[in-house]
Ligand binder design. Structure first.
Ligand code: NI
Length: 140
């Protein structure tokens, strides 16, 4: 049986831990523990979706690279063409040397990770980061 609707439950924890939690969520602007807890749970579930590897996820792969590195632009494009996960990209010419690129990605988490690892390990890429998002399909 699947229970739907709002369910109340009580949580026991160390008073000092709760105090830290209350300070933490106040700094983030939460006005209720419930909403903060729901968001933390969702964040953990999204992380587990990514960890599962075969789940459909969305996210952003951000790259900082030196566009003077010979052949790098071609390599970045070639790797992206091998994976059918990039939905759209935003390119920013940061300064004379650096480009920043944000790739919006959608697909299986393991495939996205593999592509991001390959992009990040190319010579001239100074920083690569995958920001985990969710398709929202299995996230109440
Ligand atoms: Ni550029």
């Amino acid at each position: 049986m699947t229970v739907t609707g709002l369910v109340r439950f009580s949580v026991s924890m160390d008073a000092r831990l709760l105090e830290r939690f209350d300070r933490f969520i106040a700094e983030k602007g939460y006005t209720s523990r419930s909403e903060a807890l729901r968001d933390l749970i969702r964040d953990s579930l999204v992380e587990s979706e990514w960890a599962a590897g075969d789940r459909e996820v969305v996210g952003v792969v951000s790259l900082l690279y030196d566009h003077h590195t010979r052949g790098l632009s071609e390599s970045l494009t070639a790797v992206q063409h091998e994976y059918n996960t990039v939905v759209t990209t935003v390119h920013v010419h940061l300064d004379h040397q650096h480009c920043f690129e944000a790739l919006v990605v959608k697909g299986k988490a393991a495939v996205i990770r593999e592509m991001a690892d390959r992009l990040g390990s190319l010579k001239g890429v100074k920083h690569a980061r995958v920001t985990l998002g969710s398709s929202g399909k299995d996230l109440p």
